[in-house]
Every structure is written in structure tokens, then in C-alpha cells.
Design a protein around this ligand. Sequence first.
Ligand code: GDP
Length: 730
Amino acid sequence: MPRFKTTAEALKVISNKDQIRNFGIIAHVDHGKTTTSDSLLAAAGMLSPSVAGQALALDYMELEQKRQMTIKAANVTLYYEHEGKPYVFNMIDTPGHIDFTGKVTRSLRALDGAVVVVDAVEGVMTQTETVLRQALDERVRPVLYINKIDRLIKELRLTPEKMQTWLSNIINDVNRLIDIYAEPEFKDKFKVSIVNDSVAFGSSKDRWGFTLSMAKARNMGFKDVYEGYNSGNISELVEKFPLHEAILSMVIRHIPPPHVAQKYRIPKIWKGDPNSDVYKAMIECDENGPTVMMVTNVVVDPQAGPVAVGRLFSGTVRDGDLLYLINAKRQERVQSVSMFMGPFREIVGYLPAGNVPALLGLQHATAGETLSSIKDMVPFESIKYVSEPVVTIAVEPKNPRDLPKLIEILQNMHIEDPNLVVTINQETGETLLSGMGVLHLEIATTLIQEQGIEIITSKPLINYRETITTKAGPVMAKSPNKHNKVYIRVEPLDEETINLIITGQINENMDRKQIAKILRDHGWDADEARGVVAIDERGNVFVDQTKGVQFLQESMDSLRAGFIDAMTNGPLAYEYVRGVKVILHHFVPHEDPAHRTYAQLMPAARRAVLGAMLLAKPTLLEPILSIEVKGVADILGPAIGVITSKRGKIINMTQKDIFAVIQGEIPAAETFDLAEVMRGATAGKAVWNTSFKGWAPVPANMLPQLIASIRKRKGLPPEVPKPEEFIDEE
Ligand code: GDP
């Protein structure tokens, strides 16, 4: 592994927090985040400068280079001297593709600022808006870099004057978003402007960029850019306007060092006691305080095992430290402390608060975990996921002997990307891989093959959800021995509560009182909120509303298991259930514990839930994807045709000169051949991407056939069961 002389120098600087900056680069896909990061890497001595702009160093996986899309959020520490003073930058690369937005949100926790990269021609796009909004939510301060200025001259043929008007429109667009999404006290502070050097212009591909101060100091500007491109000689731009100087000087000037940023970021991102010592230590970014680190990313090193990367908010982490994994409720030892320098990890032995360590030896740390030297510390808010895995394929090795290796690879992939979910079908033994779209799974299967295993995959299957549309019950089901009676009511659950569950804001590991409080804050009746006895992560709750029933406490585990089983295998097609509030209305147990065992109570509860659901007008939900298509204006008609022919809807269309953007939505079930059809219809001139948007009821005229086909695939009897098959008479 090559060593870089800058590692030692970086470590020396770290002791002075004023000289640390933690930032990331956020952008709409293809706006130039990778090219820009690469240029910064080159300038910071990580690569020879001649390689930058060609090799995409931050995308160190070959696959990512092929796809021009960053899948792994790689962490890089940079070292750079500005006006005679050395600085250390922890730059976290965040994925631009919206399918992986879970990762972007997670990475944002570690950052104090973000360089927002916008393509000069395309301007602010949906993902710019999504990611900027998420950044502002976390009090991450933005600066703006408008990239691809060369295109304004070469493609749009704008004069220097027109260029400036065009660019000021983009700056206004960004400031308008900051105005909408930033909290009141940050609106003005976070706005960007040319005058104070929080906006830079450049071309990452050609490796130049400048801020107003740089332009003044060199007595150069847009006119020189214009002339450079028109004369075909841009060497002066590259020499006088080094891109890294433009970007890193913005970062130094406008993104605060960790101890300054943590003063206002900790109150927003940590919900524990503001009078506690640990809170004070985090506010101060105190390297002598208790150790607190939020894990934002786990990558699996084939040799060294899982590497947990994140932001150290307080304390100093050293080789050999014992840390508590708060959510996993265990204690593990840090084998060694390292830093990511590009694709390479450098062992450093220790790192103080304010940095982004990469820790080896923690076997159970997952992205989102809080690591602490204090046992019972309140963890950071659970990370909000915006997506759910909605497409599944079966994966099997060509050579059956490779199965254990395949399972291991899949498990590692899940650790790195929790949105890739691996399950084994208990009946068929198939290994199933679920992801957030066809593209997500395609990338995953390519990754598997790159690790030396040949695999066979099935056609993608859509994951549906079962839900109900009205209230029903109470209904009663007896246990197999007929000695116990379980009474159940069901109601559709409101979207707000479903969202709290799906995003993990309320979950099984939380204290019941805490859950009750959150639910009350979201409009739940106090009595019902207190009665929550189980939360199913797919968006369902189990609520106890019985009064004075005997033996309830000791029976609850069995009843809960019945609830979970019904939520896992819904009554229509054995799909997962979403959005059902299951209420335990009444319970009549047998006196003798020998007659009210798990084997009696679990099926009684399960049957009562399924029976009630069948009476509550059940239906299937299908995943809907957002789709955005862009290209020259003549793709508009054909692209709209493709979307609408696939049960899609057009939501918005914009046209800027010759560029058009269409936003719409489309059922995931219709996207398997989208690539081919879209390419055909638009002669390959359209670029598009999709992301999970939400669930919608399957159209009524398609429902019976869909249910029948799912049941057939799963080997279930063709007819949906009748409620009477689950419900008993008194
Ligand atoms: P990312 O998806 O945001 O990481 O974008 P990339 O860095 O992969 O860039 C997307 C495409 O834009 C690539 O083909 C780059 O070569 C190209 N690109 C990047 N910067 C510039 C630029 O300054 N000018 C032009 N014309 N193209 C650029």
C-alpha cells in the first residue's frame, strides 16, 4: 500500500481544530461531483495532477467508473496549505444517484458544510433540491460551485455578459431553496453570494475555477474564460485559477471548523439531555470528553473486515479502546484507528474529536450506530431512510459449492448498503436479494460477479404490500384447543404514523414511554399510545386496549408473535402488510398455563388478525417510482408517450432553451424494459433516472389477476381465503 507523505503532515495539523474542515460535495447526478472531488484529491497530493480529470480516483471501484456514479460513499482526508496556513479536510463523497439517498442523508451527519455542485447549463435540478434540503435539515452549511462553465461557451455560445446573467439566475435559484428550506435563524447566514466568495465558477473537467477574490487578485474574469475557449487555449486559466484553490478557499472561509459547527449542530442532531456532561463535551468538541462517534458508513475490507467510518463528536479514539455500541447494546474493542486517504486506509493510532475516523475491529457496528465510552448514552436520532427495497431477484451460484461464499458476499453488501436486503425463502430455499430499483440490483449483481462468483439471477419481481381500506372487527378466533379466545379489531394506520415507523423514529428497541410520547405528539389518543405493545417495521402497530384481563402480560409474547406473523404473510397473497393498526380488543385465556402455551395463543392471534383484515376491504399496494427524464427538447413528446403508455403520470415539464426536463411517476412493475423502450423512442437522446416514491393501490381491474399470479408463484391455493376460515363463532 503506497504511503503519502501528507499523512504525517495531516496528523500534525489535526491537533488544532481551527485548521480542520469536514465537508462533502453534493450534486445532481452527472453535474460533476466525481470530477471535482478528483481534482481536489490531485491538488492535495494524493495523485499526480496529470491524472486528475481523466482517472476518477474517488470512484475507486471499477464498476463505478463504468457507470460514472458513486456507489460507495468514500471518505478522504485532504491536506492543503492556504495563505501559508495548513488545513486538514475530511471530505466525504456522497452518492448523487437518488436510489441511494439513504446514504446521502447518513453522510450529511458527519459534515459541517457542503459544496453544492451545479451544472452551468442544466442549473438546479430535482436532486440538487432534494440533497440541499436534506443538508439544510441537518444544519449543514452550503457553498456553491457552478461547474461546466465551458458548456456555456461551447454549447450555448453565450457572451461573457449573457453568461453572467445566466449564472446569477442559478445563484438566485439556490438562494431561493435556502430561503425555503433553512430554519429561520440560518436563512440569511447560509445564503451564498459572489461578493463574499461563497460562490465559485469553473470547469472541473478542464481543472480551473475561481471566486471573485481570485478574479480580482489576478485581474481576470469571464472575459478571459470566454477568450480562452474561443481561442482554444485555456492553459492560462488552468495556471491562474487552480480549481482546488477556488473550492478549498470557499470551504475554509465559509464552512466552520468542527468546534464552531458543533455548537449549533449538536442541539439539532442529538436529542439527549442538554444539561448532561456528554452534551457539553459535544458542544465544545472536547477531545478530553467522553468518546462519542456517530457511524455514518461501514465498508467491508476483504482483509481487515468491517471498517466503521463516522464523525467523532467528542473525546479521543485510540487503538484498543472499548466502546459501547448503543443500539446494538454491546461493547466491542477498537482494534485500530485509521483515516481514509483516497482509496487507501492509513493507520494513525488515534484521532481527536472533530475528525472522521475509520475504525477496525467493531464487528457489530452498522451505519447509524452511536459509539460511546458511556454505556447508557442517548443515541443520535435514528437515520431517516427515504426509500424501501421494492424489487427482488433470486440469486444462485452457477456452481452450488459457491453458495457459502455467495451468502458471505451478500451479507457484506448489506452491511455496506442496508438498502440491499437479503432473505432466504424458507419454503424454496432460494436466496433473495431486494433493492430499491432494477438499476440498484443490476449494480449489486455486477458487484457479486466481480468478486469471482458466477451467478444466475431470476427475473426481477416486484414486492407488493397488503393493506386494508376500512375498519373491521372486533372478530374472535379460538386457539387450536378451543380454550382461549382472542378478539381483534383493525383500522387503517395514518401515513404520519407509518412514516414514523418506516424511518425508525419509533421502533421495537425503544422504551414504551418514549414511543407513547412521540405518538401523542403526533396526535394519538393518550390511552391508545400507552397501549402500543409491538411495532412492525414495515409500518404496522399492535395496540393493547383490553381492560383488566388476567394472564395478559405472560401471554403477550405469543400474541405479539401472531401479530408479526400476520404482518409478514398477509391474507391476500402472503406479501408484507403495510399500514394496519391491529387492536387487541379482548382476551379470554384458559386458567391453566398448560392450555395457553405459545402453540395455542400464537395461531389464535394470527387468525384473528387475518380474519379481521379480510373483512376490512383489503387490497394490494404497488411501489411507485419518481422518474425524471432530461434531454434536448425534441425528446419531450416521445418520452411523455413512453411514461403514459406505462401507466405513468406526468407531473411537471420545464424547458430551458433547448433543454427539457420531464418529471413524472411510474409503477415499478412497468420499468423492467424501460431502458430499451426509452432508448428506442428517443433515439438514445434522453437521460433519465428513477427513485422510489411511495406506495399506491393496484388498480382495481388488475387486482384479481395479480393476486392470482402471486399466489400461483408462491404455491398457494388459487382462491383468497374467506374471513370465516379464520374467525370463530362464540
Ligand atoms: P457526478 O455524477 O456528479 O459524479 O459527475 P461526474 O464527475 O462523473 O461527471 C459527469 C460527466 O460530466 C462526465 O462525463 C464528466 O466528464 C463531465 N464533466 C465534468 N465536469 C465537466 C466540465 O467542467 N465540463 C464539461 N463539459 N463536462 C464535465
